[in-house]
Write a protein that binds this ligand. Structure first.
Ligand code: SAH
Ligand code: SF4
Ligand code: F3S
Length: 444
């Protein structure tokens, strides 16, 4: 019996898909080479904007025939859209067998077996945090250990930004016990993982809900002590929660990489307030200044949204000016998409779609210009790469990531894959760099 998983959305969803794959592997399933070959297809969905939902529905439409022609097949929809739309999915796509929310995906094998016995459809949407989900997550991640691994440490979000569906579909914040995280990473490392990205919708909120009251900075300190682990990354960070302890951890802990993803979302105080972000532009600039003064090499990336309800041309231009001043290394940029049930979706002053898209193009153009300039300024630097494979672009080249999370390609022998290599950055691109391998400080 073979399975295929199609993943939409963020890294948390990718981590969840990895977990489902490992659970299925452990129950005798095997990954399918193609959809046609699969007996079980899971769509692990995203609800954050309209587009990923459309994509999922359109794939469900395409899979109607696949499901109809196989009486023993199983079609499952998991993740955030499943949590949001629930049984409504069945009205649009009655050929779906399983709807599984954001807290029960580890039960995929058990649910698929029940469908095979004739029980369908099955809908599992409870939102209580289930600790078995965490344990199972650890076992699964370890089974799939790779050079670089994602490790969720806090699930859910308790923030309620006025545009965002995530707290509604992922529930409130729930942190994992620190020793479970350490054990998981130690097992990953014993199987070859060298870099972990510690994940959460708001990773800096880690520990607040734990009885022992640990902070995120303290978690980083504990992870720093894991032998054989080379690099620690974390994402994503709410600007309100960047404490002095976090800045000190990035500056002082040798394994913690010099990169922070710090979503700004908007560039005027009125918009930030209406978004319920809980910080001002001044606070954001202050955090950036502190980070750059204490960690000079740091790369800062962001998320930015345009066309939030009530955003005027003047607001937008002011946002662009602030944006230009900060000079982000890279950015995920979005046109606002109304999400049913959120406060902003109910506002009468929605910005027309065309205007939102036109502003998005202007923002992207500006960001591309800044990103290439920022990268050009780093040409000539000697940096450490974690070499993770051969390059997709540029045949015969190896690919690695700098500590600042920039892709860098260079010529070198494949035995370097999985090691740390020093390179000099020789040419800047929008996507990263071309580099030259250094051996004992010399170019080869
Ligand atoms: N927890 C993270 C964000 C997770 S969602 C944070 O607060 O930074 C990822 C990004 O999607 C957000 O940063 C935001 O820029 C974007 N986003 C969220 N809701 C959106 C919406 N309704 N329309 C458009 N973009 C949205
Ligand atoms: Fe959404 Fe805001 Fe939570 Fe991020 S912090 S997931 S944008 S509610
Ligand atoms: Fe999407 Fe859910 Fe992630 S809504 S962005 S998959 S948390």
């Amino acid at each position: 019996m073979k399975y295929a998983i199609v993943t939409y959305g963020c890294q948390m969803n990718s981590a969840d898909s990895g977990l489902m794959a490992a659970v299925l592997d452990g129950s005798g399933w095997r990954p399918a080479e193609s959809r046609d070959e699969a007996d079980l297809i899971v769509l692990n969905t995203c609800s954050v904007r309209e587009r990923p939902e459309h994509k999922a529905y359109s794939l469900l439409g395409e899979l109607r025939e696949w499901r109809r022609s196989r009486s023993a097949a199983v079609l499952a929809v998991s993740g955030c859209m499943a949590q949001r739309a629930g049984e409504h999915i069945l009205a649009r796509a009655p050929h779906v067998d399983i709807i599984i929310g954001t807290r029960h995906f580890h039960r995929i094998a058990e649910l698929a077996a029940r469908v095979s016995r004739g029980e369908r459809p099955l809908v599992e949407l409870g939102t209580d945090d289930d600790p078995s989900d965490w344990r199972c997550g650890a076992a699964a991640a370890v089974a799939a250990a790779r050079l670089r691994a994602f490790v969720p440490v806090i699930r859910g979000c308790s923030n309620f930004c006025s545009y965002c569906i995530v707290p509604r579909v992922r529930g409130s914040e729930a942190s994992r016990a620190a020793h479970d995280i350490e054990r998981e990473i130690e097992s990953l490392v014993s199987r070859g993982t060298r870099e972990v990205t510690v994940l959460g919708q708001n990773v800096l909120a880690y520990g607040r809900d734990l009885p022992e009251g640990l902070t995120f900075a303290q978690l980083l300190e504990r992870l720093e002590g894991i032998d054989g682990l080379w690099r620690i990354r974390f994402t994503t960070c709410h600007p309100r929660d960047v404490s002095d302890g976090v800045v000190r951890a990035i500056a002082g802990l040798s394994k913690v990489c010099e990169h922070i993803h710090l979503p700004i979302q908007a560039g005027t105080d009125r918009l930030l307030e209406e978004m319920n972000r809980g910080y001002t532009t001044e606070h954001y600039l202050d955090v950036v200044t502190q980070l750059r003064s204490r960690v000079p090499a740091i790369a800062i990336s962001t998320d930015m949204m345009v066309g939030f309800p009530g955003e005027t041309e003047e607001d937008f231009c002011r946002s662009l000016r602030l944006y230009e001043r900060i000079r982000f290394d890279s950015a995920f940029t979005f046109a606002y998409s109304p999400r049913p049930g959120t406060a902003a979706a109910g506002r009468p002053d929605q910005v027309p779609r065309q205007t939102r898209l036109a502003r998005l193009s202007r923002l992207i153009e500006l960001q591309n210009q800044i990103a290439i300039e920022v990268n050009q300024r780093r040409v000539g630097e000697e940096v450490e790469l974690l070499v993770d494979g051969t390059a997709h672009r540029g045949r015969g080249l190896l690919s690695g990531r700098t500590r600042t999370n920039k892709q860098t390609l260079f010529a070198g022998d494949t035995h370097l894959i999985g090691t740390l290599a020093n390179v000099r950055l020789v040419k800047a691109h929008l996507w990263g760099f071309m580099g030259e391998l250094l051996v004992q400080g010399q170019t080869l």
